[in-house]
Write a protein that binds this ligand. Structure first.
Ligand SMILES: [Cu+2]
Length: 113
C-alpha cells in the first residue's frame, strides 16, 4: 500500500513539474488579420517560449523590433521563439507582411517585474 502511495505521489509531482514548465510557453495564433492573443504577459528574466501558430493558408510574419525578431511564417507554419526579457516593459509585436499591421495585426508583450 505504501509503495502505491509513493508511486502516486511521484506521478503527481511529475505532473506538477510538467505543468510548471508548460506555463513558460505563450501561444499566439493568427486569425486572418489579427493575433490571438493580442496581449501576452511574462515575467522579467524568465525564459519564455513564444509559440507562434499561423493558422492561415497564407504567409505572415512575427516581428518584435525590441528583440530584433523577424520571423517569416509560411502558411500553416508553427514557430517557437525563446526570449528572456531583461526588464519590465511593454513591447509591441506585429506582422511585417505589407499591409497586415495597419489592418490590425499587432499586439503587446507585457513583461512584469
Ligand atoms: Cu500577417
Amino acid at each position: 500500500m505504501t509503495t502505491v502511495r509513493f508511486f502516486t505521489l511521484t506521478v503527481i509531482l511529475m505532473l506538477l513539474a510538467a505543468c510548471g514548465a508548460a506555463s513558460n510557453t505563450a501561444t499566439i495564433r493568427t486569425d486572418g488579420m489579427r493575433f490571438i492573443k493580442e496581449e501576452v504577459r511574462v515575467r522579467a528574466r524568465e525564459a519564455v517560449t513564444l509559440r507562434i501558430v499561423n493558422r492561415d493558408g497564407y504567409a505572415h510574419s512575427f516581428d518584435m523590433d525590441d528583440f530584433d525578431i523577424h520571423k517569416p511564417l509560411a502558411a500553416k507554419e508553427i514557430a517557437e521563439i525563446v526570449i528572456a526579457p531583461e526588464g519590465p516593459g511593454r513591447y509591441t509585436f506585429y506582422c511585417g507582411t505589407p499591409g497586415h499591421q495597419p489592418a490590425g495585426m499587432e499586439g503587446v508583450l507585457i513583461v512584469d517585474p
